[in-house]
Ligand binder design. Structure first.
Ligand SMILES: Nc1nc2c(ncn2[C@@H]2O[C@H](COP(=O)(O)OP(=O)(O)OP(=O)(O)O)[C@@H](O)[C@H]2O)c(=O)[nH]1
Ligand SMILES: [Mg+2]
Length: 360
């Protein structure tokens, strides 16, 4: 277990800091103290000393930073504290690594990680050249440059392998299209209950759990609804706020499954605070837009209703649904229930199928 100090700014949004704390926990990082900075671009020496004091008092080994900082500032903190500095993307990748079961997920994570560290490595080379930094693992300029070039080569070779995987996925999707059965993607934030929904619908028992990003790779499965209807259901990787571009790029082939589906079921954890649900829906809207999927018929499944007992909360959820025109995604329907209930799941599936214009 790592022990860390969390650094965020006065402007950092509460929900982003809270999400980062949850991610740290899932990554095996204990946040033992926090330091709030004023202006991330001009980090003062005093603030670096404050971070160092925290580290020394509590015997910490890591600095987790919330704001995006330029590589030069990250290296200044590293130099000033003598500890490793990791950011939000790095933490997300650590959680991914813990959950990566398939070879594809491992490749995607490796790619995202290298992409993410490249600017930092470049800065390290620059500083080592100027004699201001000892270089990678204190190995001097040659070792730092060597590692930088190695990382560049690795990215190229990973890119090639990921393109092959992407092509294979595209082929599978085409075969699925030829079946002429509607394809529905189950999407939503981490932990909403996507895989639970998928398991109930398919009768499979894919791993579920309270750790975010339990699911990293999509899984498609053919589902029969009654005697006549059929669909292909896809379980997907969870959304995060401000998804880092390196991760989106590396997980492109995974996300393409969503872009290529005919309809969407968005799972929302209805037991969370209403403001938070609202923010998540807005963020999901942005993500679906980026995936060219905001026009697709979408059903919002308000999940975990067994945990919702407050009447006011319930009416706020209903209100959200009644105001669905305010959202940019084409929310066709809402359903309230539990992903554990086969009746609720089948009702949602029938509703979304009815919204599709699909050749019989
Ligand atoms: N109380 C309650 N818990 C639920 C319900 N549906 C799912 N859960 C729980 O919520 C947690 C997350 O469920 P998952 O199905 O793994 O969520 P996910 O969206 O697939 O999560 P990631 O794969 O990590 O993105 C699990 O502990 C489930 O048992 C529900 O209807 N009610
Ligand atoms: Mg899952």
């Amino acid at each position: 277990m790592r022990k860390a100090v969390l650094v965020y700014t006065r402007k950092s949004l509460n929900y982003i800091v809270d999400e980062l704390k949850t991610l740290c926990k899932a990554a095996g990082i204990n946040i033992e103290c926090t330091v709030v900075i004023k202006e991330p671009k001009r980090l003062s020496e005093e603030k670096i000393k404050e971070i160092k004091k925290c580290i020394e008092e509590k015997y910490l080994d890591t600095v987790v930073i919330e704001p995006e900082l330029p590589p030069s500032t990250i290296l200044r903190i590293e130099k000033g504290t003598g500890k490793e500095v990791i950011d939000r993307t790095h933490v997300i990748l650590m959680v991914f690594e813990k959950n990566a079961g398939s070879a594809e997920a491992k490749l995607q994570i490796q790619m995202a990680r290298l992409r993410h560290v490249l600017p930092l490595l470049r800065e390290r080379v620059n500083l080592a050249k100027r004699g201001e930094m000892p270089g990678f693992m204190a190995g001097g300029l040659i070792a730092t440059e060597k590692y930088y070039r190695h990382a560049q080569r690795m990215i190229k070779s990973l890119q090639k392998r990921l393109t092959e995987i992407s092509n294979r996925r595209a082929l599978l999707r085409n075969q699925r299209k030829n079946l002429n059965i509607p394809v529905i993607s189950v999407v939503g934030f981490a932990n909403a209950g996507k895989t639970t929904f998928f398991n109930t619908a398919t009768g499979l028992s894919k791993e579920t759990g309270l750790v975010p990003f339990t699911t990293l790779n999509p899984k498609a499965y053919r589902v029969k609804l009654g005697t006549e209807r059929e669909l292909i259901l896809i379980d997907t990787v969870g959304f995060v706020f401000n998804a880092p571009p390196e991760i989106i790029e590396a997980f492109k082939s995974t996300l393409e499954e969503i872009s290529d589906s005919d309809g969407i079921i968005m799972i929302v954890d209805a037991s969370e605070q209403i403001d938070y649900i609202h923010l998540k829906l807005k963020e999901a809207e942005k993500i679906l837009n980026r995936l060219n999927s905001s026009h697709k018929p979408t059903l919002i499944f308000f999940n975990k209703m067994d945990l919702v007992t407050n009447e006011n909360h319930l009416s706020s959820l209903r209100e959200l649904c009644n105001n669905k025109d305010k959202f940019m995604i084409s929310i066709s329907e809402c359903e309230f229930g539990s992903a554990f209930s086969i009746e609720d799941v089948e009702k949602a599936l029938n509703k979304i199928i009815n919204k599709l214009t699909f050749p019989e």
